[in-house]
Design a protein around this ligand. Structure first.
Ligand code: GRF
Length: 215
């Protein structure tokens, strides 16, 4: 329509290896209008029979599988980079992607890769974070969405959601309740990045200050 300016959608590429519940939560937020102006341009998996990739097919989203097993990391990552570029993605979202990224991948998308981790970083990086937190005896647990840099579970934090650890919890119930928070957190984090309203100050990802000149 003449005169109407519609902004191009913000295109995300999702990388997953497993059940894909975070991916599905993002897809649901988009579908239900809670994550507006964002579209899933491609869903990639390194595992051929990952439930998340069949869920993406069921949603008629573009998908591709690049099996990583037995392949050199840099070679496999070059395929991913090619696919993500071909689909003109603005942001890469790791959603249970169980493989370390090569330095080449990280530098191909500077400050354009997000990850979700099921602990309040910097506590409990690495595998089985919920079990680590439970065994440590923390009273507050949660999840973190952060930018990916070359160190494990380390890049600048976009947002965190915290929950109390209950006396009645075991590691499984705690993980389930953290997962429910993850499903809220990831869409909120994508919305922040897509908005363009935030900037990095040191390690702090904060709202841009807008100066009104009054003119
Ligand atoms: C989530 O707990 C996420 O925090 C971690 O891997 C798990 C992926 O779960 N990085 P899903 O595949 O999104 O259900």
């Amino acid at each position: 329509m003449a005169g109407s300016k519609s902004k191009a959608p913000f295109r995300i590429g999702v990388l997953l290896s497993g059940r894909g519940s975070n991916f599905l939560a993002i897809a649901k937020s988009i579908r239900e209008g809670r994550l507006s102006g964002v579209e899933i341009a491609i869903v990639l998996s390194n595992v051929a029979d990952a439930p998340g990739i069949s869920a993406a097919r069921d949603l008629n989203l573009p998908t591709a599988v690049y099996v990583s097993k037995g392949r050199p990391r840099a070679e496999h990552d070059a395929d991913l980079i090619g696919s993500l570029r071909e689909h003109k993605i603005d942001l890469v979202c790791l959603a249970g992607y169980m493989r370390l990224l090569s330095p080449g991948f990280i530098s191909a998308f500077p400050n354009r890769i997000l990850n979700i981790h099921p602990s309040l970083l910097p506590a409990f990086p690495g595998l089985d974070a919920q079990q680590q937190a439970f065994d440590y005896g923390v009273k507050v647990a949660g999840c973190t969405v952060h930018f990916v840099d070359e160190h494990l579970d380390h890049g600048a934090i976009i947002l965190q959601r915290a929950i109390p650890v209950l006396e009645t919890d075991d590691a499984h119930s705690l993980a389930d309740r953290i997962l429910a928070e993850e499903h809220i957190a990831y869409s909120e984090a994508i919305a922040r990045v897509a908005s363009g309203d935030y900037e990095m100050r040191g390690r702090r990802y904060v709202k841009r200050q807008r100066f009104d000149t009054g003119n």
